[in-house]
Design a protein around this ligand. Structure first.
Ligand code: NZQ
Ligand code: ZN
Length: 385
């Protein structure tokens, strides 16, 4: 029986030239901190455009937020916001900058050690500094959700939190700002968005045809525009549709009221924390073997996926499932994202520690049925070698 509470307050301002709209989106009397990454936003002119749009306001910058944003770096931004009494945060970048900004927003007024936000999955956040986003990398959906994933380097831990208080007030999505992305990041983005849809769709039937068909539409769109975005970096329509698909893949709508998996992500986060793989690379490695090992519990949805997403209609049920999983792997590979641990120099000797970290982080009952225990996670990793 469908039963859910769907809430999403983020306003989306989409299209070429939309950064100029910041003037009406950010309060005129705001004391703004613009947060950004390693310099791409500076190099491609996005930062200058943002600051021009904010003219007349008090604006400070905080750069250097790294991919897989680090708690250690973000705490410097927290100190700056507290010291300068800044009251509006503007993230300019990809998922890492946006996630990092969400953490800063929640940490500034947090009662106690802010790492506790991650340890308690955001449960005790009572307030957050308002924030907005200018997205430069279509991938995570962070621009329209209330999740954030933070790494604490000293602990080699990568943990997430969620809070309705860190929904961005608005996100500006200008596809032109993605033209400067290197192919690796475009491919990563398409894979991440694809797997976000799969985490919410590839479970068991839940009498939710709206969510199912919406998810299948997003998957088909990603299969279509992912390769095009690599082949034609300056094609506005292609970049726009990739961007919009990635945002909708994780803004809560397709996951409303349906069972969700997320085991691929949780196992992937441990691989990134220990070995530094890009987030999407870990997903491309884990997802195909997870699907293969979970083919019985996911049987009905795998058959639906084979037929509706990959147009596989002939052969036995087992053959159709086999082919759908193979096509999924081929899709990731076709974008240039490798799907085996060995492709990243990781061998069987690494598995023990990944499992130990999953256990240490309480990730011992993963998946839509909570049946992925450490023993099954180990088999999934062995099948990913
Ligand atoms: O740091 P700069 O110099 O800006 O370069 C970045 C970075 O090196 C570059 N980049 C971004 N926009 C660019 C650009 N380069 C050229 N032109 C542009 N327009 O791309 C590199 C990667 O950026 P990053 O933000 O790390 O990538 P992504 O958006 O894939 O974010 C990944 C992070 O998001 C988390 C991941 O775990 C990872 O930490 N996730 C967040 C989620 C959420 N909040 O809902 C869900 C996801 O499952 C994911 O876990
Ligand atoms: Zn992801």
């Amino acid at each position: 029986m469908l039963n859910f509470d769907y809430y999403n307050p983020t306003r989306i301002v989409f299209g070429e030239g939309s950064i100029a709209r910041l003037d009406e989106l950010v309060p005129a009397d705001a004391r703004v901190l613009v947060l950004y990454g390693g310099g791409s936003a500076e190099r491609n002119g996005t930062l200058a455009e943002v600051e021009a749009a904010l003219a007349g306001r008090s604006v400070q910058r905080f750069g250097g937020i790294e991919p897989n944003p680090a708690y250690e770096t973000l705490m410097e931004a927290v100190a700056l916001v507290r010291r300068e009494k800044l009251d509006f945060l503007l993230a300019v970048g990809g998922g890492s900058v946006i996630d990092g900004t969400k953490f800063v927003a929640a940490a500034v007024g947090y009662d106690g050690e802010p790492w506790n936000i991650l340890e308690t999955y955001g449960k005790h956040i009572a307030q957050a500094v308002p924030m907005g986003c200018v997205l430069t990398l279509p991938a995570t959906g962070s621009e329209m959700n209330c999740f954030s994933v933070i790494t604490r380097k000293s602990l080699q831990a990568k943990l997430g939190f969620a809070s309705p208080l860190v929904f961005p007030r608005f996100s500006v999505l200008d596809p032109v700002k993605t033209y400067s992305l290197p192919p690796r990041q475009i491919a990563n983005g398409a894979v991440d968005a694809f797997v976000h849809v799969m985490e919410q769709y590839m479970t068991r039937p839940a009498a939710a045809p709206v969510q199912d068909r919406y998810a299948e539409g997003l998957l088909q769109t990603l299969i279509e525009v992912g390769p095009q975005a690599l082949a034609e970096p300056g094609n506005y329509e292609v970049r726009a549709n990739l961007m919009w698909a990635a945002t909708q893949a994780l803004n809560g709508l397709i996951g409303a009221g349906v069972p969700q998996d997320w085991a691929t992500h949780m196992i992937g986060h441990e691989i990134t924390a220990l070995h530094g793989l890009d987030h999407a690379q870990t997903l491309a490695v884990v997802q195909p073997s997870l699907l293969a090992l979970r083919r019985e519990v996911k049987r009905d949805k795998l058959l639906q996926y084979a037929a509706r997403v990959w147009n596989i209609h002939s052969g036995s049920a087992d053959e159709r499932i086999e082919r759908a999983i193979a096509q999924t792997r081929d899709f990731f590979e076709s974008l240039g994202v490798k799907t085996r641990l060995r492709d990243y120099g990781i061998g069987a000797e690494a598995i023990d520690l990944i499992i130990a970290r999953l256990e240490a982080h309480g990730m011992t009952a993963l998946g839509e049925d909570r049946a992925i225990d450490p023993a099954l996670a180990r088999r999934i990793l062995q099948a990913s070698l």
